[in-house]
Ligand binder design. Structure first.
Ligand code: UD1
Ligand code: UDP
Length: 362
């Protein structure tokens, strides 16, 4: 079986790592990096640290408006699929790289497989929401991480090719947690103590591109008694500078460059709680039993909220401050996103599908 894997942004490298390490033991994988993320700390570090094979293609699309960026990817991905003639095109998550892969591949021969299918925020202002809906509806094989995500697909009339497999990021965390604890010296490097700091990430367009929301978040984090570590996404760094908030952020918070995966896992594990607008970080906090304060108005990962491990506070300064200081005793952590074997389940489905197809063709 030959698989073309499309990645482009930080969270996709981690998701692809979890699947690729199982996939490449028995099958051919061609990795295509769209170049959506290109800074070393948003891209190369993950390939190096996680031993992900070097992409055969890097389209180098870089940053641009949604239309220009997606169009450049689309053109490049179509050419590669025609050259490589894979059986499967494997897509992850909800970025512009995911959407470009879905549009290109669904009009050519290979089966399109979407990992993290069926997630919805029901907020059409989010570019990611459009990417999710369109990708799911263009895919042949859909891998929702939870039963509720599969129900969502069913409500939208997508019932064929749907396989609930769990979350590949759970696989990645289970691999990483102990290694990170043994090997990462990130706490010493930053100068924070175990369970005596808050870890924050902010990069969502809805927060960074709105000066009022960003100000409210920075004010709230600045007023928090525990030290706040903020590995800053370049998008956020640019906006903080543009809106004149960079000085406040760097004097009130421990602003650092984005860190590699194992360091980041160590930071989540060791933090008292997490304050984020990231999708992946909400789940990782959940897996590591770290309470999460989500600075968004809605989440796709509803089970983390229902179980009491995650609260949605939007960009409301008071609510953020309150949530970062309240005492917090969530219930025992349930397992709505599988048991850490999502990659193997995905591989089983892909292999079965291609074997059946080959048998029918002959
Ligand atoms: C993208 C995804 C988002 C995902 C996030 C993960 C879309 C629409 N958004 O958001 O879903 O959560 O990645 O981190 O696909 N930049 C750099 N260096 C880089 C990459 C970006 O400086 O290597 C800066 C550029 O100024 C760029 C901005 O960040 O304009 C935004 O980058 P982009 O990839 O468009 O979106 P993200 O905010 O990273
Ligand atoms: N991450 C990382 N270093 C950082 C910040 C995040 O390795 O400095 C990892 C994190 O562990 C998670 C992923 O990046 O696996 C989340 O990516 P991001 O928040 O950029 O995107 P989202 O999940 O919101 O799409």
């Amino acid at each position: 079986m030959k698989v073309v894997t499309i990645v482009g942004a930080r969270p996709q490298f981690i998701k692809a790592f979890a699947v690729s390490r199982v996939l490449r033991t028995e099958h051919d994988e061609v990795i295509v990096h769209t170049g959506q993320h290109y800074d070393k700390e948003l891209s190369d570090v993950f390939f190096e640290e996680l031993g992900i094979p070097e992409p055969k293609y890097n389209l180098g699309v870089g940053s641009n408006s949604h239309g220009r960026q997606t169009a450049a990817m689309l053109e490049g991905i179509e050419k590669i699929i025609k050259t490589e003639e894979p059986d499967i095109v494997l897509l992850y998550g909800d970025t512009n790289s995911t959407l470009a892969g879905a549009i290109a591949a669904s009009k050519i021969d290979p089966l399109v497989a979407h990992v993290e299918a069926g997630l919805r925020s029901y907020n059409r202002e989010m570019p990611e929401e459009i990417n999710r809906v369109l990708t799911d509806h263009a895919s042949d094989l859909l891998f929702p991480p939870s039963e509720s995500a599969a129900d969502t697909l069913e409500q939208e009339g997508v019932t064929e090719g749907v396989h609930v497999v769990g979350d590949v990021m759970n696989d990645a965390i289970l691999w990483a947690q102990d290694i990170a604890e043994d090997e990462s010296d990130v706490l010493d490097r930053i100068g924070v103590e175990d369970h005596n700091f808050i870890l924050s990430t902010v990069h969502r367009a809805g927060n960074t591109d709105d000066p009022d929301r960003l100000k409210s978040i920075v004010d709230a984090l600045s007023n928090t008694p525990l030290p706040v570590v903020l590995p800053v996404h370049p998008r956020t760094k640019n906006r903080l500078r543009e809106y004149g908030m960079w000085k406040q952020a760097t004097s009130e918070l421990e602003v650092i460059d984005p860190v590699a995966y194992l360091d980041f896992v160590r930071l989540i594990d060791a933090s008292e709680r997490v304050a984020t607008d990231s999708g992946g970080v909400q789940k990782e906090a959940f897996y590591l039993n770290t309470p999460c304060v989500t600075m968004r108005d809605e989440t796709e990962w509803v089970e983390t909220v229902e179980s009491g491990w995650n609260v949605l506070v939007g960009a409301d300064q008071e609510l953020i401050e309150e949530a970062l200081q309240m005492s917090w005793n969530p219930k025992k952590n349930p397992s709505p996103y599988g048991n850490g074997n999502a990659a193997t389940k995905i591989l089983d489905v892909l292999t079965k599908q291609i074997t059946e197809q080959t048998t029918n063709d002959s």
